[in-house]
Design a protein around this ligand. Structure first.
Ligand SMILES: O=P(O)(O)OC[C@H]1O[C@@H](O)[C@H](O)[C@@H](O)[C@@H]1O
Length: 301
Protein backbone atom coordinates (compact mmCIF):
# COMPACT_ATOMS: atom_id res chain seq x y z
CA UNK A 1 0.00 0.00 0.00
CA UNK A 2 1.37 3.35 -0.99
CA UNK A 3 1.00 5.84 1.87
CA UNK A 4 1.21 8.85 -0.45
CA UNK A 5 -1.60 7.55 -2.65
CA UNK A 6 -3.74 6.72 0.38
CA UNK A 7 -3.29 10.23 1.75
CA UNK A 8 -4.10 11.78 -1.62
CA UNK A 9 -7.27 9.71 -1.99
CA UNK A 10 -8.54 9.28 1.56
CA UNK A 11 -6.65 11.71 3.82
CA UNK A 12 -8.61 14.48 5.56
CA UNK A 13 -6.56 17.59 6.10
CA UNK A 14 -5.51 18.12 9.72
CA UNK A 15 -7.64 15.22 10.97
CA UNK A 16 -6.90 11.93 9.24
CA UNK A 17 -3.54 10.84 7.96
CA UNK A 18 -2.12 7.60 6.62
CA UNK A 19 1.25 6.75 8.09
CA UNK A 20 3.76 3.95 8.05
CA UNK A 21 3.33 2.41 11.49
CA UNK A 22 5.30 -0.14 13.47
CA UNK A 23 6.59 -3.03 11.38
CA UNK A 24 6.12 -0.67 8.39
CA UNK A 25 2.42 -1.55 8.41
CA UNK A 26 0.05 1.05 6.94
CA UNK A 27 -1.94 2.79 9.65
CA UNK A 28 -4.36 5.67 10.04
CA UNK A 29 -3.78 8.36 12.60
CA UNK A 30 -6.87 10.34 13.56
CA UNK A 31 -6.59 13.53 15.50
CA UNK A 32 -9.75 15.60 15.77
CA UNK A 33 -11.20 18.01 18.32
CA UNK A 34 -13.16 15.04 19.73
CA UNK A 35 -10.57 12.28 19.97
CA UNK A 36 -7.37 10.75 18.76
CA UNK A 37 -7.08 7.21 17.43
CA UNK A 38 -4.76 4.83 15.67
CA UNK A 39 -6.03 2.19 13.28
CA UNK A 40 -4.02 -0.54 11.60
CA UNK A 41 -5.12 -1.37 8.05
CA UNK A 42 -3.38 -4.70 8.57
CA UNK A 43 -6.00 -6.64 10.54
CA UNK A 44 -8.54 -3.81 10.21
CA UNK A 45 -7.90 -3.11 13.84
CA UNK A 46 -8.37 -0.07 16.04
CA UNK A 47 -5.26 0.07 18.24
CA UNK A 48 -5.91 3.20 20.24
CA UNK A 49 -8.79 5.54 21.03
CA UNK A 50 -8.57 8.46 23.42
CA UNK A 51 -11.32 11.06 23.67
CA UNK A 52 -10.12 14.67 24.01
CA UNK A 53 -9.41 15.55 27.62
CA UNK A 54 -9.22 11.92 28.76
CA UNK A 55 -5.91 11.04 30.45
CA UNK A 56 -5.94 7.36 29.45
CA UNK A 57 -6.49 5.34 26.33
CA UNK A 58 -9.66 3.26 26.10
CA UNK A 59 -7.58 0.33 24.97
CA UNK A 60 -4.76 -1.86 26.10
CA UNK A 61 -2.07 -2.36 23.46
CA UNK A 62 0.83 -4.67 24.25
CA UNK A 63 4.34 -3.24 24.12
CA UNK A 64 5.37 -6.65 22.81
CA UNK A 65 2.70 -6.92 20.12
CA UNK A 66 3.74 -8.33 16.74
CA UNK A 67 3.42 -6.01 13.77
CA UNK A 68 3.83 -8.58 11.04
CA UNK A 69 1.77 -9.75 8.12
CA UNK A 70 0.32 -13.13 9.08
CA UNK A 71 0.29 -12.37 12.81
CA UNK A 72 -2.37 -10.88 15.05
CA UNK A 73 -1.70 -7.65 16.94
CA UNK A 74 -2.13 -8.12 20.69
CA UNK A 75 -4.38 -5.33 21.90
CA UNK A 76 -6.90 -2.82 20.61
CA UNK A 77 -9.97 -4.29 18.94
CA UNK A 78 -9.08 -7.39 16.89
CA UNK A 79 -11.79 -8.78 14.63
CA UNK A 80 -12.54 -12.49 15.00
CA UNK A 81 -14.27 -13.66 11.83
CA UNK A 82 -15.74 -15.86 10.31
CA UNK A 83 -15.33 -17.94 13.41
CA UNK A 84 -14.77 -17.09 17.03
CA UNK A 85 -12.39 -19.32 19.01
CA UNK A 86 -10.97 -22.54 17.67
CA UNK A 87 -11.64 -23.81 14.16
CA UNK A 88 -15.29 -25.00 14.22
CA UNK A 89 -14.57 -27.70 11.64
CA UNK A 90 -11.30 -28.77 13.27
CA UNK A 91 -9.36 -28.43 10.03
CA UNK A 92 -6.36 -26.91 11.75
CA UNK A 93 -7.16 -23.34 10.71
CA UNK A 94 -6.12 -20.52 13.06
CA UNK A 95 -8.14 -19.56 16.12
CA UNK A 96 -10.46 -16.56 15.72
CA UNK A 97 -10.55 -16.80 11.91
CA UNK A 98 -8.40 -15.27 9.23
CA UNK A 99 -9.05 -11.53 9.04
CA UNK A 100 -7.14 -10.34 12.10
CA UNK A 101 -3.81 -11.09 10.47
CA UNK A 102 -4.19 -9.84 6.92
CA UNK A 103 -4.26 -6.53 5.11
CA UNK A 104 -7.69 -4.95 4.65
CA UNK A 105 -8.68 -2.40 1.99
CA UNK A 106 -9.61 1.20 2.58
CA UNK A 107 -13.16 1.67 1.29
CA UNK A 108 -13.85 5.28 2.30
CA UNK A 109 -13.22 8.02 4.84
CA UNK A 110 -15.53 10.91 5.64
CA UNK A 111 -16.59 13.52 8.16
CA UNK A 112 -20.10 12.71 9.33
CA UNK A 113 -22.83 15.34 9.73
CA UNK A 114 -22.10 15.64 13.45
CA UNK A 115 -18.37 16.10 12.92
CA UNK A 116 -17.22 12.56 13.71
CA UNK A 117 -14.66 10.83 11.52
CA UNK A 118 -15.75 7.68 9.80
CA UNK A 119 -13.40 5.17 8.22
CA UNK A 120 -14.61 2.11 6.36
CA UNK A 121 -12.25 -0.79 5.83
CA UNK A 122 -13.16 -3.91 3.93
CA UNK A 123 -12.26 -7.34 2.68
CA UNK A 124 -13.69 -9.52 -0.03
CA UNK A 125 -12.99 -13.15 -0.78
CA UNK A 126 -9.99 -13.99 -2.94
CA UNK A 127 -8.68 -17.31 -4.27
CA UNK A 128 -6.54 -17.41 -1.11
CA UNK A 129 -9.46 -16.91 1.31
CA UNK A 130 -11.54 -19.40 -0.70
CA UNK A 131 -8.96 -22.06 0.14
CA UNK A 132 -9.33 -21.27 3.86
CA UNK A 133 -13.08 -20.69 3.83
CA UNK A 134 -14.91 -21.54 0.57
CA UNK A 135 -17.46 -18.74 0.52
CA UNK A 136 -17.98 -15.50 -1.38
CA UNK A 137 -18.27 -12.56 0.98
CA UNK A 138 -17.87 -8.87 1.46
CA UNK A 139 -16.86 -7.80 4.97
CA UNK A 140 -16.80 -4.14 5.95
CA UNK A 141 -16.01 -2.44 9.19
CA UNK A 142 -17.13 1.13 9.74
CA UNK A 143 -15.11 2.79 12.49
CA UNK A 144 -16.57 6.05 13.77
CA UNK A 145 -14.45 8.27 15.96
CA UNK A 146 -16.16 10.98 17.94
CA UNK A 147 -16.82 11.37 21.66
CA UNK A 148 -17.35 7.60 21.52
CA UNK A 149 -15.83 4.87 19.41
CA UNK A 150 -18.33 3.00 17.26
CA UNK A 151 -17.52 -0.22 15.40
CA UNK A 152 -19.89 -1.74 12.89
CA UNK A 153 -19.02 -5.01 11.18
CA UNK A 154 -21.17 -5.96 8.22
CA UNK A 155 -20.95 -9.39 6.62
CA UNK A 156 -22.53 -9.74 3.20
CA UNK A 157 -23.01 -13.03 1.46
CA UNK A 158 -22.12 -12.40 -2.21
CA UNK A 159 -22.34 -16.08 -3.14
CA UNK A 160 -25.17 -18.42 -4.00
CA UNK A 161 -25.25 -20.57 -0.86
CA UNK A 162 -25.89 -19.70 2.76
CA UNK A 163 -22.98 -19.66 5.18
CA UNK A 164 -22.67 -19.64 8.96
CA UNK A 165 -20.45 -17.40 11.03
CA UNK A 166 -19.46 -16.68 14.58
CA UNK A 167 -17.53 -13.46 15.23
CA UNK A 168 -16.30 -10.91 17.75
CA UNK A 169 -14.92 -7.54 18.55
CA UNK A 170 -12.21 -9.05 20.74
CA UNK A 171 -11.56 -5.71 22.43
CA UNK A 172 -8.76 -5.30 24.95
CA UNK A 173 -9.72 -2.54 27.39
CA UNK A 174 -7.09 -0.82 29.50
CA UNK A 175 -7.74 -1.09 33.22
CA UNK A 176 -5.74 0.59 35.97
CA UNK A 177 -5.63 -2.46 38.22
CA UNK A 178 -7.45 -5.69 37.40
CA UNK A 179 -8.01 -6.33 41.11
CA UNK A 180 -10.14 -3.19 41.23
CA UNK A 181 -12.11 -3.64 38.02
CA UNK A 182 -15.46 -5.37 37.58
CA UNK A 183 -17.91 -5.98 34.75
CA UNK A 184 -21.51 -4.99 35.45
CA UNK A 185 -24.62 -6.08 33.55
CA UNK A 186 -23.99 -9.84 33.53
CA UNK A 187 -25.51 -10.55 36.94
CA UNK A 188 -27.86 -13.54 36.82
CA UNK A 189 -26.76 -14.59 33.32
CA UNK A 190 -25.69 -18.11 32.41
CA UNK A 191 -22.17 -18.58 31.11
CA UNK A 192 -19.98 -21.28 29.65
CA UNK A 193 -16.87 -21.50 31.78
CA UNK A 194 -14.03 -22.35 29.39
CA UNK A 195 -11.56 -22.77 32.23
CA UNK A 196 -13.79 -25.37 33.92
CA UNK A 197 -14.49 -27.93 31.16
CA UNK A 198 -17.06 -25.58 29.58
CA UNK A 199 -19.51 -26.16 32.43
CA UNK A 200 -22.54 -23.90 32.34
CA UNK A 201 -22.87 -21.69 35.41
CA UNK A 202 -24.85 -18.70 36.62
CA UNK A 203 -23.19 -15.37 37.33
CA UNK A 204 -23.78 -14.10 40.84
CA UNK A 205 -23.12 -10.39 41.27
CA UNK A 206 -20.60 -8.35 39.28
CA UNK A 207 -17.83 -10.17 37.40
CA UNK A 208 -14.63 -9.73 39.39
CA UNK A 209 -11.35 -11.04 37.98
CA UNK A 210 -9.00 -12.74 40.43
CA UNK A 211 -7.84 -15.71 38.38
CA UNK A 212 -7.81 -16.77 34.71
CA UNK A 213 -11.26 -15.94 33.33
CA UNK A 214 -12.55 -17.18 29.98
CA UNK A 215 -16.33 -17.17 29.80
CA UNK A 216 -19.01 -16.95 27.16
CA UNK A 217 -22.04 -15.23 28.65
CA UNK A 218 -25.38 -16.14 27.08
CA UNK A 219 -28.45 -14.03 26.28
CA UNK A 220 -26.70 -10.84 27.31
CA UNK A 221 -28.18 -7.37 27.55
CA UNK A 222 -27.10 -4.75 25.05
CA UNK A 223 -25.36 -2.66 27.71
CA UNK A 224 -22.39 -3.74 29.82
CA UNK A 225 -20.15 -1.59 31.96
CA UNK A 226 -16.55 -1.97 33.10
CA UNK A 227 -16.11 -0.20 36.39
CA UNK A 228 -12.47 0.72 36.86
CA UNK A 229 -11.74 2.15 40.31
CA UNK A 230 -8.02 2.68 39.68
CA UNK A 231 -8.49 4.77 36.52
CA UNK A 232 -11.58 6.40 38.07
CA UNK A 233 -13.74 5.68 35.04
CA UNK A 234 -16.42 3.45 33.65
CA UNK A 235 -16.51 2.10 30.12
CA UNK A 236 -19.98 1.64 28.73
CA UNK A 237 -20.27 -0.99 26.00
CA UNK A 238 -23.48 -0.80 24.01
CA UNK A 239 -24.00 -3.43 21.36
CA UNK A 240 -26.41 -4.85 18.84
CA UNK A 241 -26.45 -7.96 16.70
CA UNK A 242 -25.10 -10.20 19.46
CA UNK A 243 -26.61 -12.55 21.99
CA UNK A 244 -23.31 -13.45 23.66
CA UNK A 245 -20.38 -11.66 25.27
CA UNK A 246 -16.99 -12.98 26.30
CA UNK A 247 -15.01 -11.93 29.35
CA UNK A 248 -11.36 -12.92 29.14
CA UNK A 249 -8.24 -12.28 31.16
CA UNK A 250 -5.32 -14.72 30.83
CA UNK A 251 -4.01 -14.08 34.36
CA UNK A 252 -0.37 -14.46 35.25
CA UNK A 253 0.64 -17.98 34.18
CA UNK A 254 -0.77 -17.69 30.66
CA UNK A 255 0.47 -14.12 30.26
CA UNK A 256 3.98 -15.33 31.05
CA UNK A 257 3.67 -17.97 28.32
CA UNK A 258 2.48 -15.46 25.71
CA UNK A 259 5.46 -14.06 23.82
CA UNK A 260 3.54 -10.93 22.87
CA UNK A 261 2.55 -9.96 26.43
CA UNK A 262 4.68 -8.75 29.29
CA UNK A 263 4.40 -10.85 32.43
CA UNK A 264 2.43 -8.28 34.41
CA UNK A 265 0.24 -7.04 31.56
CA UNK A 266 -2.67 -9.15 32.77
CA UNK A 267 -3.13 -6.58 35.52
CA UNK A 268 -3.84 -3.87 32.98
CA UNK A 269 -6.06 -5.54 30.40
CA UNK A 270 -9.57 -6.83 30.35
CA UNK A 271 -11.28 -8.24 27.27
CA UNK A 272 -15.03 -7.76 27.21
CA UNK A 273 -15.95 -8.98 23.78
CA UNK A 274 -19.11 -8.36 21.79
CA UNK A 275 -19.66 -11.74 20.20
CA UNK A 276 -21.72 -14.20 18.29
CA UNK A 277 -20.18 -17.25 19.95
CA UNK A 278 -21.11 -20.76 21.13
CA UNK A 279 -24.76 -21.31 20.17
CA UNK A 280 -25.05 -17.74 18.88
CA UNK A 281 -24.29 -18.73 15.28
CA UNK A 282 -25.46 -16.46 12.48
CA UNK A 283 -26.76 -17.75 9.16
CA UNK A 284 -26.19 -15.37 6.26
CA UNK A 285 -28.25 -16.22 3.19
CA UNK A 286 -27.22 -15.18 -0.36
CA UNK A 287 -27.46 -11.44 -1.03
CA UNK A 288 -28.17 -10.76 2.63
CA UNK A 289 -26.07 -9.30 5.39
CA UNK A 290 -25.68 -9.30 9.14
CA UNK A 291 -24.45 -6.47 11.33
CA UNK A 292 -22.56 -6.50 14.60
CA UNK A 293 -22.22 -3.17 16.38
CA UNK A 294 -20.32 -2.08 19.47
CA UNK A 295 -20.13 1.41 20.91
CA UNK A 296 -17.63 2.35 23.60
CA UNK A 297 -18.03 5.39 25.84
CA UNK A 298 -15.81 6.46 28.72
CA UNK A 299 -17.80 7.86 31.63
CA UNK A 300 -16.32 9.84 34.44
CA UNK A 301 -18.31 10.98 37.47
O1 LIG B 1 -5.66 -14.96 20.38
P1 LIG B 1 -5.62 -14.00 21.52
O2 LIG B 1 -5.81 -12.59 21.13
O3 LIG B 1 -4.42 -14.25 22.37
O4 LIG B 1 -6.86 -14.32 22.43
C1 LIG B 1 -7.05 -15.61 22.89
C2 LIG B 1 -8.26 -15.71 23.79
O5 LIG B 1 -9.36 -15.07 23.18
C3 LIG B 1 -10.57 -15.14 23.91
O6 LIG B 1 -11.56 -14.49 23.17
C4 LIG B 1 -10.95 -16.56 24.08
O7 LIG B 1 -12.17 -16.65 24.80
C5 LIG B 1 -9.84 -17.30 24.77
O8 LIG B 1 -10.18 -18.67 24.87
C6 LIG B 1 -8.54 -17.16 24.01
O9 LIG B 1 -7.50 -17.75 24.75
Amino acid sequence: MNIEHLNAKYGISGQLKFIEGKGRLPMIRVSSSKASALISIHAGQVLSFQPAGEPDDLMFLSEKAYYQVGKAIKGGAPICWPWFGSDPEELGRPGHGFVRNRLWNVVKTEITTNGDLSITLGLVDTPETQVIWPHAFSLTQEITIGDTLNLELVTRNTGTESFFITQAFHTYFRVGNIHQAVVLGLEGHEYIDKVDSSRQKKQVGAVAINTEVDRIYLDVLNKLVIEDIALKRRIQITSSGNKTAVVWNPWKEIAVEMADLQDMDYQHLLCVETTNAATDVITVTPNNECRLVANYRIIRD
